[in-house]
Design a protein around this ligand. Structure first.
Ligand SMILES: O=C([O-])CC(=O)C(=O)O
Ligand SMILES: [Mg+2]
Length: 612
């Protein structure tokens, strides 16, 4: 395809865009270093010779011209030689959003809606983010959980264009070259997965790349990190997924996942190369299978700027929700007894975050730990269970079972009499009617007006341990509920009386964008435990009067951007307290003098908010 616009007048070299740009970006950053140039560069490289056919090049005309869509003024159209190349109407963001929403709503399936949005992102990134920011409740489920789970399952078929770095174990010697091939300079935040545990869907191999892409869309929509400063990466170590291996369209290495020690070596090389090529970049680990997730976090956290979203992000978001839920439950925090169904990275990560909460309130570590009963597929996790307990489960292994083995969740509930039940099992329907009713009964036994806490947190919705409707019905509406993926409000009618119940979404999207933004803006050299813990406390305090009145335990998803700013501010302060902020001392002294409003102003000045 020939370029129709002379090089000198292409909008990517123009400074005239009215798009508000992050001050983190250098003034001369090209606004449309598009994936078309990535495609062409890959085409020239022997590295790409064996990969799937590359998509046809995007005509640069539209990649460039679309940045402002239909909002170019007549004068801009003349000066950029765009006259006649776009329809003559001049429209602001609202009208363009209206058109896009109409299209999205006219599509029949969520995958189709995702594909429309994905195309829009490739063609008019500012419009895509304007939509996502202004219509978070409707559109987030399309670019994130639950739809992204289906997208990952079908990624090889849905693929139309490169949107990430795809690095296979076969290319490990070219790691630095590949990282440098990324068409945007100086990424600040990377989400990396090896596809080995995508949501609750298991090993999806390279198809798991939808998760880094989706999470980074939320870094931009929920925390205002400039889209050109985000870097999604999938490390391809093969896959255990037979369906993918047999799929002729599968885009990844067609071989079994390599042994764990080799995966670790590959990861070591990746972390070293990433820190060398992009020294300012924060790395978020996402959806690695549990053992690796814990191992990598331990291995890299004191050497690089990194955190694990499934362990620490989920831990923080559930802690925030737990604080809110306990306040509404009528059961004092000291009396709470928690059963966790699921003892993977998220289950253990969450339980550890809650232990920290209790120790900060003055409990000894042992007394705090004693409040938790973890259950996995074999039953209650105990020291004497006789199987080889995975390393990360040992911390919570119980000794109070008098040699008795509790094999089912029902037996554990009968024994523990919990006040809170948390699900991170990736198994739909594990919270059966008898389980939920038994939870309610054990809470009711403590006294009138007490409310059970029930968090079925597995993603996507097809893996949720129970639905919102079930939880309401089986607890006569008393439940304090949060799920990982979004459920709709539920209205119960009795005669001419109707009661509407509002679910909460306890998803790490409420914290990871703010943790990343805070770490970036504080120029943090590490992501410390205090930064993570603080994100939870900040989120717990971010509810407004209306949300409190409605009995919510998280801000409404429409307010996720407000919440992220608060989380980022507190994360920055925690970085400073921990001595890991590399900002000049004078800057901190000034903020300390002027207080939170000054720091909030600084954050707001640095976020991307597309206006056109
Ligand atoms: O992606 C999500 O919605 C939450 C998450 O990290 C997971 O389930 O692994
Ligand atoms: Mg995850």
């Amino acid at each position: 395809m020939k370029l129709l616009i002379p090089r000198h007048s292409r909008p990517n070299s123009s400074r005239s865009s009215r798009v508000m740009r992050s001050r983190l970006l250098p003034a001369a950053l090209p606004t449309s270093a598009s994936f078309s140039s990535l495609s062409s560069r890959l085409r020239d490289m022997s590295l790409s010779a064996s990969s799937s056919p590359l998509p046809p090049q995007l005509p640069s005309l539209f990649a460039n011209g679309s940045r402002q869509g239909l909002s170019f003024t007549p004068e801009q159209r003349v000066s950029k030689n765009l006259t006649g190349l776009i329809p003559h109407v001049m429209e602001g963001a609202d009208k363009q959003c209206e058109r896009a929403l109409k299209m999205i709503r006219s599509r029949q399936t969520n995958i189709d809606r995702y594909l429309y949005l994905s195309t829009l992102k490739g063609q008019n990134v500012d419009l895509f983010y304007r939509l996502l920011i202004d219509h978070a409740k409707e559109l987030m489920p399309l670019v994130y959980t639950p739809t992204i789970g289906d997208v990952c399952l079908q990624y090889s078929t849905l693929y139309t264009r490169p949107e990430a770095l795809y690095i296979s174990i076969k290319q490990r010697k070219s790691m630095r070259t590949i990282l440098k091939n990324w068409p945007y300079p100086n990424p600040e935040i990377c989400v990396v997965t090896d596809g080995s545990r995508i949501l609750g869907l298991g090993d999806l191999g390279v198809n798991g790349v939808g998760i880094p892409i989706g999470k980074l869309s939320l870094y931009t929509a929920a925390a205002g990190i400039h889209p050109e400063r985000t870097l999604p990466i999938v490390l391809d170590c093969g896959t255990a997924n037979e369906t993918n291996l047999k799929d002729p369209l599968y885009l990844g290495l067609r071989s079994k996942r390599i042994p764990v020690p080799e995966q670790q070596e590959f990861m070591d090389e990746f972390m070293e190369a990433a820190a060398e090529v992009f020294p300012n970049m924060v790395v978020q680990f996402e959806d690695f299978e549990s053992e690796k997730a814990f191992n990598y976090l331990d291995r890299y956290r004191s050497k690089y700027k990194c955190f694990n979203d499934d362990i620490q992000g989920t831990g923080a978001v559930v802690l925030a929700g737990y604080i809110g839920a306990v306040n509404l439950s009528g059961v004092p925090v000291e009396e709470q007894r928690l059963v966790f169904m699921g003892a993977g990275s998220a289950g253990v990560g969450v339980a550890k975050q809650l232990v920290e909460y209790y120790t900060k309130r003055g409990l000894s570590e042992q007394a705090a730990k004693d409040k938790f009963w973890l259950v996995d597929t074999k039953g209650l996790v105990t020291k004497d269970r006789g199987d080889k307990l995975a390393e990360h489960k040992k911390y919570f292994a119980r000794t109070d079972n008098n040699s008795h083995q509790f094999r089912t969740l029902e037996e554990v509930i009968e024994y523990v009499k919990p006040t809170a039940l948390v699900g991170l099992t990736a198994t739909f329907g594990v919270f059966t009617e008898s389980v939920v009713r038994a939870l309610k009964a054990s809470v009711d036994a403590g006294g009138l007006g007490r409310r059970p806490i029930l968090f079925p947190l597995s993603n996507p919705l097809t893996k949720a341990e129970c639905t919102f409707e079930q939880a309401i019905n089986w607890t006569e509406g008393t439940v304090l509920f949060a799920s990982g993926s979004p459920f709709a409000n539920y209205t119960v009618k009795a005669g001419d009386h109707a009661v509407t119940y509002y679910p909460n979404q306890g998803n790490n999207v409420y914290v990871f964008p703010g943790i990343g933004l805070g770490a970036i803006l504080a120029k943090a050299s590490r992501v410390t435990d205090n930064m993570i813990y603080t994100s939870a406390a900040a989120l717990a305090g971010a509810l407004n009067a209306d949300e409190i009145h409605k009995g919510l335990i998280y801000p409404r998803i429409e307010r996720v951007r407000d919440a992220s700013i608060i989380v980022a501010r507190e994360v920055m302060k925690a970085a400073r307290r921990d001595g890991v902020s590399m900002l000049p001392e004078a800057q901190w002294v000034e903020w300390e003098e002027w207080g939170d409003p000054a720091l909030t102003k600084f954050i707001k000045e640095h976020v991307y908010d597309p206006v056109f």
